[in-house]
Design a protein around this ligand. Sequence first.
Ligand SMILES: [Zn+2]
Ligand SMILES: [Zn+2]
Length: 339
Amino acid sequence: MVKAAFLYGKEDLRIEEMDLPPVESHGLLLKILACGICGSDARMFFNGPSSRYAIPVLPGHELSGEVVEMGPQLEGYALGNLVTLAPIIPCMRCPACSRGLDNLCVQAQVIGCTVPGGMAEYVSVPSQMVQAGGVVKLPQSVDYRAGAMSELVGCCLHGLQKMGVETGDRVLIIGDGPIGLTFLQLTKLMGAGWVATSGRRPRRRELAAELGADKALDATVTDLKTHFGPSLDRVIVATSNVEATREMLDVVRPGGSVLLFSGYLAGSSFDLPLNNVHYRELSLHGSIDCTIEDFRRAVSLLPVLNMAELITASYPLDEATTAFYATRDRDAVKVMLEP
Ligand SMILES: [Zn+2]
Ligand SMILES: [Zn+2]
């Protein structure tokens, strides 16, 4: 029997014992070392899990762990390997998967939603995940805490690949949470010439400046439209705030592009002035999760990123509920569980 955190409903998380399924022939068993609380986990905790999922849900998809048991036919891994997991297990056969869009697989199993996630002492990784390439060894110089941030990097890389970044671009990132601060590092790495962030919490603005933001704007006092006008090459929306999202249209230049990265509360919308998009030739991109390929690339980039700096608090599994509330602390950036 091992301990895990089960979400039964809105703000109702319980630490319970569970049996682990036997390790599959090409599968493996991971002892979880770290599991981050994603914005999507927090939304599920504070709003209650979707009725599409079997309740209780075992959340957590931003994880790293140590291989402690291997299936009899598993090759390419060894006991003691530190690894991280892609966030979804694609079927690899459906039309989306065949086009390399396995993040859009309709039959995908989603770690921490439809299959048990990382807020547990152990997780059993099925053969299908190993065979899809979603179990990735951490580079030697990367520790397990930074390793647990791989999924953020993978999802941001996926979005950037959709939107494109060119050398010298002027970029604004609306939202300076863990995702915004990851976009900041990646856009710089990809050659953007000037990158600004906009957010509400002082600690995050400090961190943005430390991580190389050319400007870390205080969203509580800065009107983006007045500040920038329609001048920016790329605008990335990394906040679920609808009002802040609407501002993207005021600051992107003609011919520029915007990336809608965040998830919103169900039903969120705003009126889109169609001629603003038509006459100004704007490109709007959506982005969700990442492909296995994006994820593998993300892990290989970890040595040149400062992902561990985004971790502001860690809690043991027994204090998982406290950890969820801590995501709302003024100074919090990324909150981790370290079972
Ligand atoms: Zn996540
Ligand atoms: Zn598929």
